[in-house]
Design a protein around this ligand. Structure first.
Ligand SMILES: [Zn+2]
Ligand SMILES: [Zn+2]
Length: 159
């Protein structure tokens, strides 16, 4: 798994929140850990399902607020919702692109950072200051992804 949260980084999470004027709470740590453990780009619902195993009384609103607090502190990246699927949360903080399935809205990392330079910046002489390319895809028939992730967010099947 490429997620960059090792033990040291997790213990530093509280300090980062503190520096940004936000309290570290058990819920926020659990939410962060759940995003990392999900090993992909989970939605708030998927994070909620994981956190609830640990904190049975936690509410979806609390999980959502914790996710947004972590995004606000730069500890998570939010991949915006689309009409096909919910927002997703990414523990990776380095610049990278995404492929998103138009059917189940599952998201994969694309690590070819040169895409943006090759196809956008260089031809137009733009100076790249960030990367955020989302390629819309259809899952392969033998989707190698986590079936639970696909099922959890899949819209009704087309006839
Ligand atoms: Zn799919
Ligand atoms: Zn990602």
């Amino acid at each position: 798994m490429r997620a960059t949260a090792n033990k040291h980084e997790q213990s530093a999470l509280g300090q980062v929140l503190h520096e940004r004027g936000r309290r570290m709470t058990r819920q926020r740590q659990a939410v962060f850990d759940a995003v990392v453990a999900a090993g992909g780009h989970p939605s708030a619902d998927q994070v909620f399902a994981r956190v609830r195993r640990l904190l049975p009384n936690v509410s979806l609103a609390t999980v959502y607020n914790a996710l947004e607090a972590l995004v606000g502190c730069g500890q998570l990246t939010r991949i915006p919702r689309t009409d096909r699927g919910p927002a997703r949360y990414d523990p990776r903080r380095d610049a990278h692109h995404h492929a998103r399935c138009v059917a189940c809205s599952k998201v994969w990392d694309i690590d070819d950072k040169a895409i943006a330079i090759r196809t956008v910046s260089a031809p137009r002489r733009f100076k790249p200051v960030g990367y955020k390319v989302e390629v819309l895809v259809e899952c392969p028939a033998d989707c190698p992804g986590d079936a639970r992730i696909c099922v959890a967010t899949a819209p009704p099947k087309k006839p």
